[in-house]
Design a protein around this ligand. Structure first.
Ligand code: B12
Ligand code: SF4
Length: 630
């Protein structure tokens, strides 16, 4: 084997729908294949499909990974690096070099690109770093490492010269949007395609283009792609959809681009093609609320757009200016509302804890999030992240001299903060390379250190307790809830950090699995029903609690429940219409779902042996019959 490319190792058990292989490495394999024998190893994929095992010991895992790679006798090992797994890449690379010093080590991807000087200075086992996009670089770089070419002549890389100085070669020209099709992936083998949970459609990520022209001060992506916006030719992207559907029956595509919807004319052209294709395509993408025109949304939906990721970041107009995102928040809210109306699922992402953020700014963001929770009609995902420091960004420059390492406060990824002593010593020795593990203090960060956990909790609870969550947030507000739940939330954070389970199941992020937060919420709802008696809340809560219990049970059987009121109407209009309804709870691909049974469905359920015994919901005593707003 000439070259092995190694994906980011996060020691995470991915769910079936997350388990796709890294796009950048697949692209590079296509580029390198005509010249070398090349393979990709994604250890989390192997682990998630039971083809590789992780032990409960960091160093053992790192050594096992290095051994697995070394046994394949590669001449070169290339690592995709990103912040969250940078320590793993460094340690595996060092072990590979120790195992066989003739193996050349190359790093690529955002983290190594943005810290190349420190990385080559600190780690002599790293032979070269590919800076930024590497299609025009990779073949020459690999040839130079094997000795067929002079490294001085390879564009877009950094390396150590004989005198140990760090040399950065000129960047190659950037790929044009029209050229991107040449690098489309034809071969996903030996990896299988993940399925999208809802309908088990096969799914893959596809590149939609590169670069974002905006200049947000916290963003590592725009720097990485040098703000060079390119969109893949619409015909080419459409043809890829057709190719994958006709050849592999893949019908869902995650379009990778930080700003896919910026060029409205081409976007509409793309949608028209999808509609005319008469194939059951669905797709998702990322965008900004100011480049999504409300008039376009219906058309996007018609063309199969199922989900859009929107970074709102902050609801303080002052902070919008400071971080140079410059979003109009009224427009943002309208776009989200409209997406809900046309049934496009939204992930709305927020960040708190910026260096310049005041308590008042933070409160504006919290109020915006509350208004979303109150208005939600669709399973919108609300993410709130504690601001993290990425090297080379403007925000990093503001605080790099006051940041400090605190294992208690550090949150390198959404999922966990798992590091052993060796990794911690790397973090401490090289703050610039591991700045994502560092923190700094502001009034907001000190007062609300785990507010992100609270939002994740409520976002997760929302999947079962839709109306109850709206009621509780509407009545108390998130800031009061944070104070009420601070001990629980802090414990959850600390326990996750200190968890004995080495491997994190990525579904671990479902905080409704955490008994304490959910129990607190359930008790609060019960008190609400007791003290501030409300017919609809009592009934809906009983129903939602039954659904929650079912979701948490190990049962894979479906369950039919009988309610005395129209649950769909209760969700839609928040009014109580007394009528008998049968609802089936079921699990599909580990995702729990509910559906109102039609008379035919009910007959089928009744005839389906004893497994579908009908369970009436045990309501709290209900006296009110009339419509009651929550
Ligand atoms: C898809 C994506 C994800 C996906 C999948 C990641 C994956 N490994 O595929 C998911 C959703 C899981 C994800 C998660 C996270 N992500 Co992410 N993600 C992206 C995203 C949007 C696209 C990546 C992509 O496919 N690009 C397209 C391909 C073609 O480009 P590429 O991967 O960079 O590869 C090219 C070059 O880098 C180079 N190259 C890459 N590897 C190598 C190796 C060698 C040897 C060579 C020669 C060249 C080379 O050549 C390739 C072709 O040109 C990027 C943003 C972006 N636009 O790039 C963020 C990005 C990579 N993510 C980022 C982050 C921070 C995260 C999280 C850590 C966030 C968090 N706080 O939790 C999490 C990690 C969660 C965890 N597991 O703990 C940051 C990384 C910043 C940094 N300095 O490391 C980015 C840049 C976005 C940002 N915030 O700025 N992410
Ligand atoms: S709009 Fe998004 S991708 Fe573009 S610079 Fe801002 S945060 Fe980064």
């Amino acid at each position: 084997m000439d070259i092995i490319l190694v994906g980011s190792v996060e020691f995470t058990k991915r769910t079936h729908w997350q388990n796709h292989i890294h796009l950048g490495l697949l692209t590079l394999r296509e580029v390198l294949k005509p010249h070398f024998s090349v393979d990709i190893i994604d250890f989390d994929y192997l682990y998630s499909t039971d083809k590789f095992s992780y032990e409960n010991d960091y160093e053992v895992n790192v050594k096992n990974i290095a051994q697995y790679i070394t046994l394949k006798k590669p001449k070169i090992v290339g690592f995709y690096t990103m912040s969250c797994s940078f320590d793993v890449s460094v340690r595996v690379a060092q072990h590979v070099k120790n195992n066989d010093s003739s193996i050349k080590i190359v790093f690529g991807g955002p983290q190594a690109t943005h810290t190349y000087k420190s990385c080559l200075t600190a780690f002599d086992f790293v032979d070269a770093i590919a800076l930024g996009e590497s299609e025009f670089t990779a073949v020459d770089l690999m040839q130079s490492l094997i000795g067929y070419k002079d490294i001085k002549d390879v564009p877009g890389i950094a390396y150590r010269a004989g005198d140990a100085s760090i040399i950065r070669n000129e960047s190659p020209k950037r790929l044009a949007g029209t050229e991107l099709v040449k690098y489309s992936i034809q071969d996903y083998s030996p990896y299988t395609f993940p399925t999208i949970a809802a309908d088990e459609a096969l799914s893959i990520p596809l590149e939609g283009g590169r670069g974002c022209p905006f200049n947000c001060t916290f963003c590592a992506t725009s720097i990485f792609w040098e703000r060079n916006f390119r969109l893949k030719n619409i015909d080419d992207l459409f043809n890829e959809f057709i190719y994958y559907y006709d050849k592999f029956k893949i019908s869902h595509f995650s379009i990778m681009h930080d700003l896919f919807t910026a060029d409205h004319e081409r976007l509409m052209e793309f949608c028209n093609k999808l509609i005319e294709s008469n194939r059951p395509f669905t797709w998702g993408c990322s965008s900004r609320t100011d480049v999504l025109k409300i008039e376009m949304l219906k058309h996007l939906k018609k063309a199969g757009c199922r989900n859009i990721y929107l970074g709102i970041e902050t609801a303080s107009p002052r902070m919008q200016k400071i971080i140079k995102k410059n979003l109009n928040l009224e427009t943002a809210l309208n776009v989200i509302r409209e997406c809900m109306l046309v049934k496009i699922n939204i992930t709305a992402s927020f960040i708190y804890g910026f260096p310049d953020e005041t308590i008042d700014d933070f409160k504006e963001t919290v109020m915006f999030i509350e208004s979303l929770f109150k208005e939600l009609t669709r399973p919108i995902v609300i993410q709130m992240h504690c601001f993290q420091l990425y090297p080379m960004t403007f925000e990093y420059e503001k605080v790099k001299d006051i940041m400090y390492y605190s294992p208690e406060k550090s949150k390198p990824t959404l999922y966990h903060n798992k590091m052993d002593e060796i990794s911690v010593s790397l973090v401490k020795a090289y703050p610039d390379m591991f700045s994502h593990c560092y923190v700094f203090d502001t009034e907001v960060r000190l007062q609300y250190p785990f507010f992100d956990t609270l939002v994740i909790c409520f976002s997760a609870l929302f999947s079962c307790f839709k109306l109850s969550v709206k009621h509780v947030i509407g009545k108390y507000g998130l800031l009061t809830l944070y104070t009420m739940m601070e001990d629980i939330i802090t414990d959850i954070h600390n326990e996750r950090n200190a968890s004995e389970n080495f491997v994190i199941d990525s579904t671990f992020i479902n905080y409704e699995d955490d008994d304490r937060a959910a129990q607190f919420f359930i008790d609060l709802c019960r008190r609400e029903i007791g003290t501030d008696y409300n017919g609809l809340l009592a009934m809906v809560f009983s129903y939602e609690k039954a659904f929650y219990d079912y979701a948490r049970s190990n049962s894979t059987e479906s369950l039919v429940v009988k309610t005395d009121f129209d649950i769909t109407e209760a969700y839609r209009s928040k009014t109580l219409v007394k009528t008998e309804q049968y609802i089936r709870f079921y699990k599909k691909n580990k995702i729990f779902k509910q559906g109102v049974l039609s008379p035919a469905g009910l007959l089928k359920a009744l005839s389906g042996e004893a497994r579908n015994q009908i369970k009436p919901i045990a309501f709290q005593p209900s006296t009110k019959q009339a419509a009651t707003p929550v």
